[in-house]
Design a protein around this ligand. Structure first.
Ligand code: AVJ
Length: 308
């Protein structure tokens, strides 16, 4: 038994006939910086599009949340998008950013609390993909805020389980404000994950850099190439690291052989159909109240209510 969950997950993932590594490990300090650079790339439309929807419809979203709500942001990161919403909320009871990265979260939460002196800001250090507890809150309504299309990184059964957990977290009458990326022209999708400057490739390969640096892996990082493509059957972008020749990688005292062209599957990013998503939400106990989208219908933000 290893005590390091990263090492455990790496050994488990590389032992599979189709090798994989969990995408949540992209986001160390370097990976988070690379992701920030991705969000401002010409080809990467999701962040920019979601922000334009937020800016345009923040008042309507805040109206859906209602007065005196406790806003719970899942996977909060740098707490930038939420400001558009906070500026419009009527007497919010509290804002609870939830994130695994404690240090980063505390710092960002302090900054935000400075800018919103009347707001009760309480950082919650937790992995939202697993059950966690919230402090007792005297609020009219709990609303979970889950932007960034992060839900698209979960396979459908896990995404549905996560929706059901959010329903329990906010309780009957509580809300979920969710950002999802929509199905679109394959050229647009594939360009977003194959940027000309290679930042996404660097982001992908950062997983191997972490393997080497944190787990002491013996690995030739330059012998792996970034590959991203749209899987039409499963409606998802897949990211892989492709071994450019036959080679061996040693990590945690174990050696894994790679064939020429064999890949490590590092990420799925599902693209939604709105009607289909509505059916899945309903099956998880959510009623879709309102949908905001951009003129190209690239991205959508949904307000949903948890029903009993
Ligand atoms: C914001 C985490 C959803 O899937 O588009 C960006 C992550 N991966 N480029 C996405 C990501 C490659 C991103 N998420």
């Amino acid at each position: 038994m290893n005590v390091d969950p990263f090492l455990d997950d790496v050994l488990e993932g590389l032992s599979r006939p189709r090798k994989r590594l969990p995408s949540k490990y992209f986001y160390d300090a370097i990976g988070s910086k690379l992701f920030d650079r991705i969000t401002s790339l010409e080809e990467y439309y999701p962040t920019r599009t979601e922000l334009s929807i937020l800016r345009k419809h923040a008042a309507a979203m805040a109206a859906r949340c209602g007065p005196n709500c406790a806003l719970i942001e899942l996977g909060a990161g740098s707490l930038t998008k939420v400001r558009w919403l906070l500026d419009r909320l009527v007497q919010p009871a509290a804002y609870l950013p939830v994130d695994v990265s404690g240090e980063h979260l505390q710092r960002a939460a302090k900054e935000l609390a400075n800018d919103y002196p009347k707001l009760d800001v309480r950082a919650v250090v937790a992995d939202f993909a697993h059950p966690f507890v919230l402090p007792a809150l005297p609020a009219e309504r709990r609303v979970a805020y889950f932007p960034g299309s992060t839900i698209g990184n979960f396979d459908p059964p896990e995404a549905d389980a996560l929706l059901r957990r959010i329903v329990r977290l906010v309780g009957p009458g509580g809300g979920l404000l969710l950002g999802i990326d929509l199905q679109k022209d394959i050229g647009v999708l594939e360009a977003a994950y194959n940027d000309a400057r290679g930042i996404t490739a660097e982001f992908n390969r950062n997983l191997l850099v972490r393997l080497h640096r944190e787990l002491g892996a013996d690995i030739n990082i330059a012998a792996f190439r970034h590959r991203a493509f749209y899987n039409r059957e499963l409606h998802r972008i897949e990211m892989h690291l492709v071994s450019m020749h036959e080679q061996r990688v040693t990590v945690g005292g174990r050696t894994f052989g790679f064939r020429n062209g064999e890949t490590i599957h590092t990420e799925n990013s599902y693209k939604c159909d709105l009607a289909e998503f509505g059916r899945r939400a309903a099956a998880s106990g959510l009623r879709v109240d309102e949908v905001w989208t951009d003129s190209r219908r690239f991205f959508a933000v949904l307000y949903m209510t948890a029903i009993g």
